[in-house]
Design a binder for this molecule. Structure first.
Ligand code: SF4
Ligand code: SF4
Length: 207
């Protein structure tokens, strides 16, 4: 049987200390642990987070219910049902126009159980109705609440915007899509707030 050798001085005194080398070095470094969710850090500006359905400066919706976003989605996460805008007033004298175009998105859903936040849908959108925000808190404790409805995705009304349905306040349909809203035929005396909003950048989510 081999005789057990006596540990050297290095093995007795230095090696146990060296074993804690990484621990000691790390103790004096800046802490990198993020205290989420107590502390939230901004994402990169072009981070792909929750979608947003944008509005024109008068509050009308930009979505025209064309479904191109749904067809572009590789995960089949978007469901759109379009409907016709009607300019005739209903029996209550109320306009039935929701967007600047022939149609609008009557039903709009994004299923965040499927969405992989790839951004192909926002590339496909012809009116820049659909963009993506930096919001990344898309978790829940049930599946139903992760199917976002139009009411969850639509951009908030900014000052000067009116809740649709209402007529096109910024001019004819062409005026909306030519990009010359600032010079469109808004009656400044009737619609000062809408006119002001038309000249200011809208609060679109980032693409
Ligand atoms: S981000 Fe990608 S996966 Fe999500 S809805 Fe758009 S196209 Fe579909
Ligand atoms: S979000 Fe854009 S692509 Fe999708 S239905 Fe509306 S207008 Fe069409």
């Amino acid at each position: 049987m081999a005789e057990k050798s006596t540990p050297s001085l290095k093995e007795q005194f230095w090696d146990p200390v060296a074993g804690f080398g990484v621990t000691f070095r790390t103790m004096f470094r800046k802490v990198v642990t993020e205290q989420y969710p107590k502390e939230k850090f901004p994402t990169a500006p072009r981070f792909h987070g929750r979608h947003q359905l944008n509005r024109w400066p008068d509050g009308l919706e930009k979505c025209v219910g064309c479904e191109l976003c749904a067809w572009a989605c590789p995960a089949d996460a978007i469901y759109v049902e379009g409907a016709e805008n009607i300019d005739d007033l209903d029996e209550n004298g109320q306009s039935q126009r929701y967007s600047a175009g022939e149609r609008y998105g009557r039903v709009y859903q994004i299923n965040y159980l499927r969405c992989i936040l790839c951004g192909l849908c926002i590339e496909a959108c012809p009116t820049r109705a659909l963009t993506m925000t930096n919001e990344y808190e898309l978790a829940d404790d049930n599946r139903r609440d992760l199917i976002y409805e139009k009411s969850d995705l639509i951009a908030p009304l900014l000052p000067g915007m009116e809740q649709p349905p209402h007529p096109q306040l910024l001019g004819d349909e062409q005026a909306y899509y030519r990009g010359d809203l600032a010079t469109s035929s808004v009656d400044a005396s009737d619609r000062p707030a809408a006119s002001r909003a038309a000249q200011e950048p809208s609060e679109e989510g980032r693409a």
